[in-house]
Design a protein around this ligand. Structure first.
Ligand SMILES: NC(=O)C1=CN([C@@H]2O[C@H](COP(=O)(O)OP(=O)(O)OC[C@H]3O[C@@H](n4cnc5c(N)ncnc54)[C@H](OP(=O)(O)O)[C@@H]3O)[C@@H](O)[C@H]2O)C=CC1
Ligand SMILES: Nc1nc(=O)c2c([nH]1)NC[C@@H]1CN(c3ccc(C(=O)N[C@@H](CCC(=O)O)C(=O)O)cc3)C=[N+]21
Ligand SMILES: [Mg+2]
Length: 285
């Protein structure tokens, strides 16, 4: 194995210590950061993530509440809950776990979240601010990818970053953040011709496609940095990334494992966004 491991768990825990210190300072002023997570239905994967988020909040001393609604909840009931959370002074961050059941219009729900409580960074105004460079709350997973690079000491400016995947929650915002950090960015997707050839030009390769172990050494330039965003549950119950770690780590210079790479950073960035939202709502910082 040639690659060095980017230890997301360790980097996440270092950032959590910073968040902890700031949280204690805020609590000394009588402000407790509060996160509300809304889970509609009982998708088993979503349940695990929601449980992890709740645990992380509790460990940080945040106020945290999880609203578990049945799968058949009418859209209007969900919108009414969001309206209530928008006005709840104990809540600074609102996260509606995606995907939502098919009868609910995801966009209508995201649009209803107060922008200053949009700790996922999925609201159209947050997305627009991300493009313009204004200081909205950043989407957690892409922000976590940038933190991994910076705290590993990897230069982004001037590098060719190739992002595979163009979803609104990972691929597109990851590309936009890399651009903000002055990378030259290529975005690939399922209709990309010659994916292998393009990926192999990347100094920094970000993979977010939702296909277990799809990206192997053939897609990786020797010495490249590989960030594997994928989290896929295999039939045997194990987790796998979108990158074939065993193969890709033979040629990469740096690589994130799954689990223990990008995933822990997502939750850490959620904590940080919630803290930031609490400070801003109270006119601090
Ligand atoms: N670690 C974390 O914290 C998080 C992990 N995830 C994981 O990241 C992965 C991606 O999630 P998400 O962005 O929501 O996924 P989506 O399914 O929304 O998007 C997948 C994207 O990948 C593209 N794609 C799919 N197959 C291929 C292929 N064979 N070659 C090239 N491009 C392809 C699609 O292209 P097209 O647009 O043409 O359809 C699409 O743009 C999943 O494994 C998910 O579980 C997600 C969020 C957070
Ligand atoms: N509104 C919304 N916001 C999200 O941020 C969001 C979402 N919906 N829907 C689902 C995806 C997925 N996601 C993950 C978060 C943490 C881990 C994570 O903690 N992973 C750990 C291990 C997880 C495990 O053991 O199952 C790791 O990779 O090491 C993974 C995936 C957030 N998402
Ligand atoms: Mg999706």
């Amino acid at each position: 194995m040639a690659a060095s491991i980017i230890d997301g768990k360790q980097i996440a825990s270092a950032i959590r210590e910073e968040i902890r210190a700031e949280t204690e300072a805020l609590k000394a002023r009588g402000i407790v950061p509060g996160l509300a997570v809304v889970l509609v239905g009982d998708d088993p994967a979503s349940k695990v993530y929601v449980g992890n988020k709740e645990k992380a909040c509790q460990a940080m001393g945040f106020h945290s509440e999880v609203h578990r609604l049945p799968a058949e909840t009418p859209q209007d009931d969900l919108l009414a809950l969001i309206e209530r959370l928008n006005g709840d002074p104990a809540i600074h961050g609102i996260l509606v776990q995606l995907p939502l059941p098919k009868h609910i219009d995801e966009k209508a729900v995201i649009d209803a979240i107060r922008v200053d409580k949009d700790v996922d960074g999925f609201h159209p105004v947050s997305t627009g601010n991300l493009m313009i460079g204004d200081d909205s709350l950043l989407p957690c997973t892409p922000a976590g990818c940038i933190e991994l690079l910076k705290r590993t000491g990897i230069e982004i400016a001037g590098k060719h970053a190739v992002v595979i995947g163009r979803s609104n929650i990972v691929g597109k915002p990851a590309a936009m953040l890399l651009l903000r950090e002055h990378a030259t960015v290529t975005i690939c997707h399922s209709r990309t011709a010659n994916l292998e050839e393009i990926a192999r030009q990347a100094d920094i390769l970000v993979v977010a496609i939702g296909k277990p172990k799809a990206i192997d050494a053939r897609y990786v330039k020797p010495g490249a940095v590989v960030l594997d965003v994928g989290v896929n549950r295999l039939p045997d119950g194990k987790l796998a990334g979108d990158v074939d770690f065993e193969s890709a780590s033979e040629v990469a210079g740096w690589i994130t494992p799954v689990p223990g790479g990008v995933g822990p950073m997502t939750i850490t960035m959620l904590l940080r966004n919630t803290l930031t939202a609490a400070k801003r709502i109270h006119g601090i910082g």
